[in-house]
Design a protein around this ligand. Structure first.
Ligand SMILES: [Zn+2]
Length: 235
């Protein structure tokens, strides 16, 4: 559901589709149709500590533009569409029962600059989508940064890892937890979030993202069409 804040933000953004640039308000019918086909998949990263994870779509093309526009350019009209995709990834991991969604934290400076927390908005939208189907879903901001982070976008892979290691703290949570984020690329953020939650005694911690890059070395195994059965990544 698009609320008035989302609509107002879209008016500020301008009259083009944030997915493809076609003139018009909000996400165009072509982009909506392209995102409708269900294709959630298990995300594999051969990293120690990478949680069992699923993504709704591959991070490419119009979805990549939509995620970026939502995060960087106030495309709040995309919140419900992207939230529904995140819900799909959550269901791929955990198809029924109550669940707690824990958004990956945004840096304070990013929230201050943008005026909103993109991932938290998406977690709320996913929770609304899942609740409409009768699920009991909670969104809990249980993760915080314990120190100031450099902007990940400006760093190479090695520096991203160093930037994130030990960067998060969590508060204890009961019940199954799913860490949620907009995109999984290297997997460093999910590893750190998972570590922080396990450190405070969370037993069942998985992850779901709207999108994920497909690594060439994993292409044979990553796009699993069946239920989410993939175990933790290889060491
Ligand atoms: Zn479009």
């Amino acid at each position: 559901m698009t609320n008035w804040l989302d609509t107002a933000a879209d008016l500020l953004l301008g009259a083009t589709c944030p997915g493809c640039g076609t003139p018009g308000w909000g996400i165009c019918t072509t982009c909506r149709a392209a995102l409708e086909e269900t294709s959630a998949f298990a995300v594999v990263r051969r990293l120690e500590g990478f949680p069992v994870a699923s993504a709704a779509r591959v991070y490419e093309g119009r979805l990549r533009r939509l995620v970026a526009a939502h995060k960087e350019r106030h495309a709040r009209g995309a919140t419900s569409v992207l939230g529904a995709l995140l819900a799909e990834a959550v269901e791929h991991r955990r198809p029924d029962g109550p669940v707690t969604l824990v958004p990956v934290p945004s840096s304070r400076s990013a929230v201050r600059q943008r005026g909103y927390d993109s991932v938290h908005l998406l977690a709320d939208a996913a929770a609304r989508s899942l609740s409409r189907d009768g699920r009991r879903v909670f969104v809990v901001s249980a993760l915080t940064h314990v120190r100031r982070l450099a902007d990940q976008a400006s760093l190479d892979t090695a520096a991203r890892w160093a930037n994130l290691q030990g960067a998060m703290a969590a508060r204890p949570l009961a019940g199954p937890v799913i860490v949620v984020d907009d995109v999984c690329t290297t997997g460093a953020t999910l590893v750190e979030a998972h570590r922080a939650l396990m450190a405070v005694g969370v037993i069942d911690c998985q992850a779901a993202t709207i999108s994920a890059t497909v690594l060439r070395r994993d292409q044979g195994t990553q796009r699993s069409a069946g239920p989410a059965t993939a175990g933790p990544a290889d060491p």
